[in-house]
Structures are given as structure tokens and as C-alpha cells.
Design a protein around this ligand. Sequence first.
Ligand code: SF4
Length: 437
Amino acid sequence: MKVALLNPPWTFEHSIYFGCRAPHLPIELGASKTLLERAGHATLMRDGLLDELDIGGMAEACAGFAPDMIVVTTAPTYLFWRCAQPELRLPRMLLDALRVACPHATLVAVGPHGSATPDAALRKLGADIVVRGECEEVVLALANGGVPGEVPGTAALQPDGSIRANGGPQATRFTDLPAVRWPDHWVARHHHHHHRFEQPHQGSGHDLPGAEVEASRGCPYSCSFCAKIDFRDSYRRRDLVPLLEEIDALRAQGVGYLYFIDEIFLPNRLLLEALVGRGLKFGVQTRIDLWKPEMLELLGQAGCVSIEAGVESLTEAGRAELDKNCKLSTDELADRLIMAKQHVAFVQANLIQVSGDDPAMVTAWRERLLAAGVWANDPVPLYPYPSSPDYRKLFGLPDAQAWERAHAHYLGLFDRMSDIQDDTPLPLAELESVCRR
Ligand code: SF4
């Protein structure tokens, strides 16, 4: 089968989206391509930003390939599935153009939206099929001739307008995922070093391309705000051989900085020892309470220059309310962050707005950490994504109005956006007016 894999040319006007807007490697598509090609299928992969294609250009490229199936992701890479833009405007516009350019192709949407609310996503997108959960093996099953709506993890629109679905969200095996290869011109254009903020100095490779990789998928914790119930949930660690093969291929393409998109980059001595001496810098997101002093030292030796660590609340009661399952006290967390800063150039503690956290205490804590060189953000409320426990506590199981409900709740919470958000957010119905025809 001929399968096209597309990442739309993202824009976020009037969105509450607070993920990074720079181009990143669409790992869900790259991993799908790897499995599809290994099974003998022909693929075409295009990324709106990295290929500098608008919607018309993407549709034209697809028409030239004449695919049997087209896969469109509804969030800009796996890295942002947990904090995706709520609106499906861009994927819908791309799917509309593809319907005209490739009238015989089956249109498949993958991403967090269809994973959480398949019926609503199918109707908003005008797609033929949505995939629930991690997509690689489901896309392969469809390409191998599986029946839409019968393949586990698919929901498919039927000719009479009904929806046929089989099962809940799927998880890819992942541990043995072969090395994913990326086009040279994508890597050359990938100037962005995700979450890298230390001061450039000679030899730090800030001028070299960046890239994203995956050493593990999922997380053994279940924090109440974390939107991963429907994908990337259970923790799996990838075999070192294909991971290092992928990393070395990126090095050979000139990459100087990697960002591990892992939900939680857990201490992994074998991986860190393998990275020592490879000459790469890298960034991670993790929990600082899981890192012992000697492993923090090894993390720095391996090339880590950026840690983003979720602390969330500055009281033990607040962290318990968020189901953080954190064993350290607030002072111990601060000490561990400051220790990490001795080995890693940029360390950030993430805070979220928790009702019990006194603003004066937060200010004092932030100042203490800042004096030691550790950045802590100004806490903001989090969006109750339908795939998070918080959504279910607030509203019950997600239904067809789940995203609208979460959006209205979020917009009602406060009167300012963080400095990386558009400060004129619109209600979801307005953002998605194109999805309602
Ligand atoms: S530790 Fe991080 S990835 Fe894991 S559940 Fe909590 S917020 Fe999510």
C-alpha cells in the first residue's frame, strides 16, 4: 500500500496552546514510517514547517504520490500530545484539501483528540478513520488490510453516518522500535534546540542542528493534571541498540543537540554512560526526586544541559492533592534542584497554580532558587485535558462536548495567559468554525 504521513503547517492564532511553536520532528509519523517500510509499504512523509509547505503545497505533494491512505496528525509531534492545542482547525483544513486532491485515498487522523473523543474528532475532522492511542502499530494494521472499525483502536465513519469502533486506546510495543531515520534537509533546517536556555559559549554547538529522540515512552506515575490516560501512559524503555543507532545517525547528519521527548527521563546508567564521549548536548524532562547525587553528576557528564523538573506545588499537601506521589519534602526538592545545577547548565522547576500555595511563599521560594541559578516559573492554572484525571474529577468521562467543556472552564479560570500564549484566546466553537460544516 502507498501511505502518506503528514504533519500540518501549524499556526495557533487565538489558541490557548502553550506548547512550543518551533518545528520539531514528528516522531509519531517517523516511527509509523519505519514500521510501514519494514513491512514493505511505500511511504511519503511531509511536514508543513520543515518542508516549508502550506496546505495547498502539502495536498499537491500528496496528489503526486497518489496514496491509498493518508495519515494526518492532530498535534504537532508526540512531545505535545499531553498539551495539544484544543482546536482541530488546521488538521480539518488540511483534510479538506486532501479530500479534493486525493479523492480515492482513505483519510486517517491520529493524535490526542481522536484518542480521547473519537466520535467528536471524526465529525470535526471529516476524516474516514481516527486512531485511538499510540498510532504506529494501528496504522500498520490498517495498511496491512485491516478493516477500519474492526482493527483495535480504530473508529470509522460508515456510509450511513454511524460510527463503527473497536476497543479503547492502543499502546505500541515500542521497546524494540527500530532506529528512526530523518531526511537530511529536515535535520539541516531543524535549528531549534528545544528547551535549551543556557548561555551560548564557544564550542557549545548552538549553531548545529537540533533533533528530538525517544528513549522511553509513558510514565509510571499518574499526576492528576497529566493528560496521558489515552496514550503514552504505561512506562516502556527502548532497547539501547536501536536508540544509539538513531542517535549516531543524527550525529552523522550534523546534529549537536538532542531533546529526549520522554514523559519522564528516568535515571538510566547504561544510556548515560553510552552518551558520555559522544559529544552531544541534550535536554530532558524528569522528576528531580528520582535522581541521586551520583546520577546527577553522570547526567551532566553525559552532556545534559537542560532539565525541566515538575515540582508543581510547594506544599506536601498540594503535591498529594495532585497525586504526585513525591517522597521528598519541599526543602529537599529545592536542595536536589540546586545540586542538579552544579552539573547541568539550565535547571527549571515547573510550578502550577494550586489553591493552597500562598503567593508570598511561592515568591520567596522562586527567589531562593533563582539566587542559586535555578529557574522556577510563575505558576499558572492547567488546562483540564480530557485525557487527564483532573478532567474526569471535574466532569466525569469525556463525551462529545469534552473539549468544549474543558476550554470554557479554562477560559473562565483567569484573565491572563502565560507569556507563551496568545493573549486573545477564543472560545472553541469560534476556533473550530471550519470544523462545523
Ligand atoms: S510524573 Fe510527569 S509524566 Fe508522569 S504522570 Fe506526573 S506529570 Fe505526567
